[in-house]
Design a binder for this molecule. Sequence first.
Ligand SMILES: [Fe+2]
Ligand SMILES: [Fe+2]
Length: 416
Amino acid sequence: MIRHFTTKRDLIGGFANAMNLISPEVENHHEKVAYLAYRLAEALDMDEQQRSLAFAGGLLHDIGGILKRGDVSLLDLEMSAGQVASAGAALLKTFPSASPFAQVVQESQTPWHRLKKLHANLKAPQRIGQVIHLADAVTLLLDATAPVLNQVGQIRQAIRCGGETEFSPEVLSAFEKLCARESVWMDVMYRPQLFLELIADNRWLTLDETVRLTEFMSKIIDFRSPFTAMHSAGVAATAAALAELTGMSGDECKMMRIAGYVHDIGKLKIPNEILEKPGKLTDAEFNVMKEHVYYTWILLKDVKGFEQIAPWAAFHHEKLNGAGYPFHLPESELSLGSRIMTVADVFSAITEDRPYRQGMDREQVIAVLCADARQGALSESLVRLLVDHYDAINARRDAESRAASKKYRESLANHP
Ligand SMILES: [Fe+2]
Ligand SMILES: [Fe+2]
């Protein structure tokens, strides 16, 4: 087992970059909230564990927004903050390792006047929720086009106005302390990437931990639309199965699984109308769709530990005959991992049921894959391998797809 695969900072940085693709309007919003929440927790003398929870909660507080249909604008997030918070908490609860954040995210949009009725004594999750609530409000008031220190007075005034009902007295007093520190404001506005330096334990993650974290990320990619709610899970299962059959090592098979989980991460950039269009895309829409693999590449190529995974994941629409997109790489530059990913993606896509069409049956799937291999688009030997082990591979794909669908339904169950 690889003990030193990637670092926490690398993976969280990649995750934040991915979140920024969802809407350019909310760019760096999560980083700013995470940074401010940490600084507020610090001003409240919270211990390191609670500061980390404030940080993580700040980064994840809007995650429920991805379960909303359509594009997520800043205004949407503001208007339906309560719903976004409970949807986010529901999503986090479906992952055991993310569940400590669920309660914090749940509480992050509850105003003080409601919170104090619900809880006679605030415990850590509510206090941290208040910290995130205030960090979020402050961040939404920032104007990126004006010098930041000239805004502090107005923001302070606005927070004070809503203060009594929105925020607890303790979080308001922590905010007063921050108002006096110019550097904090300049950090937030001008160096959003600085938030990564607040990760106190920038420890190495093992390969297994990375598998678990990228599985969680795959849900954020897939759960934006019921059309794709299980796609990445199916691709990951198929890719790992094919990797085993080609004799890749145990660690490489896990890396193929990771590549499957994140292969469509660039889809976060693609508007839902295109992702969810039931029929054929127009040329103009397809041009937009093509961007997704380019962004997968941009997001992954510099992540430590992902040196092999990035090309495996990002070249899944490249074809051996050069007819794919967007890089049109020659055959010699498409490694076994990239070839496996392409076959796994086509296989999963045509086998899956979509709300507007049934998945293809065994005969149809084999006919499509063999035709692609004959045309020189897909690797002939990999298609043969898949056909020879069709039932076993399809059973694994189906089982993991079903498990992902179940998680999707669980997440939606609490989603208003
Ligand atoms: Fe794709
Ligand atoms: Fe895909």
